[in-house]
Write a protein that binds this ligand. Structure first.
Ligand code: HPA
Length: 272
């Protein structure tokens, strides 16, 4: 079935469960899912119930869509995303973003857990993504372009909306939350990086490294959505001082930063 038809069917299914204009879509990264506890009057839709959605396969990643009220806005939150390293095509990884846009949503907040390459960062820091370098070796827009969704050659001059970046920085300041800004580099994963890889990623201009987010951001920009990206720095990815890392540590650190993450995101949503 062609992409446009699949988007339409998924959208119609969600509308059949929740028929109300939604203001903001939220994609929650590893260990950052508990913000959904603050969503009120919510409905929960497991991915497996949504037509054309795959199921998330990673531990620590739930697989459901939560829709309801947060900070006086209607939000839809993806608790658990589809990662490229799980073997999904770029089209599937970004399919939920297509559905968000079809639902009439124009604001997207994407979040992730990331390794800090900027030596001024500390584990537990939050970083507003101000730009990215796509090092995944693939692109969700490769292949047939649907003009109905966006242009063949989309602009990426401000992939992360400047207004939203400003709002996020102001909110952090007002809440006394220490915030970093920087460039996010996604790699395909699933292995963490070698020191030599980290040295290169730092040299080319990265502040944080991860395995997600950018496909969604590219597709959102293709459809002219406004994007805000926030990384939770869960570990230091320093070429010359690299400690062994596992997923458990990543999720643990993300959970520790959860409280300020939730506070910040709620404030940002209020101001959008
Ligand atoms: N590298 C890649 N992805 C990550 C990391 C990392 O150090 N930490 C969390 N996700």
């Amino acid at each position: 079935m062609d992409l446009l038809k699949r988007i339409e069917e998924s959208k119609n299914f969600i509308v059949s469960k929740y028929n109300c204009k939604i203001d903001v879509a939220l994609v929650l990264g590893s260990g950052l899912g508990s913000i959904v506890n603050d969503i009120e009057n919510k409905i929960i839709i497991p991915y497996k119930d949504i037509p054309h959605f795959p199921e998330s396969t990673v531990k620590g990643h739930a697989g459901e869509m939560i829709i309801g009220d947060l900070a006086n806005k209607k939000v839809i939150a993806m608790n658990g995303r589809f990662h490229y390293y799980e073997g999904y095509s770029m089209e599937l990884v970004t399919f939920p973003i297509r559905v968000f846009k079809a639902l009439g949503i124009n604001n997207l907040i994407v979040t992730n857990a990331a390794g800090g390459m900027n030596p001024n960062f500390e584990p537990g820091d939050l970083m507003i993504i101000n730009d990215h370098i796509n090092m995944m070796g693939d692109n969700p827009l490769r292949g047939n372009n649907f003009q109905e969704l966006g242009p063949r050659f989309p602009d990426m001059s401000s992939a992360y909306n400047k207004e939203l970046i400003k709002i996020a920085n102001t909110c952090a300041k007002n809440l006394n939350i220490n915030i970093q800004n920087g460039v996010y580099i996604p790699v395909s994963g699933p292995n963490y990086e070698t020191p030599a890889e980290l040295r290169m990623l730092r040299i080319i201009g990265g502040d944080a490294v991860g395995m997600s987010t950018v496909p969604e951001v590219i597709v959102a920009n293709h459809m002219s959505m406004k994007v805000l990206g926030i990384s939770c720095i869960t570990d230091m990815a320093l070429a010359d001082n690299l400690e062994p890392l596992d997923h458990l540590k990543v999720v643990e650190t993300a959970n520790k930063a959860m409280k300020k993450f939730v506070t910040l995101v709620k404030e940002i949503i209020k101001e959008i």
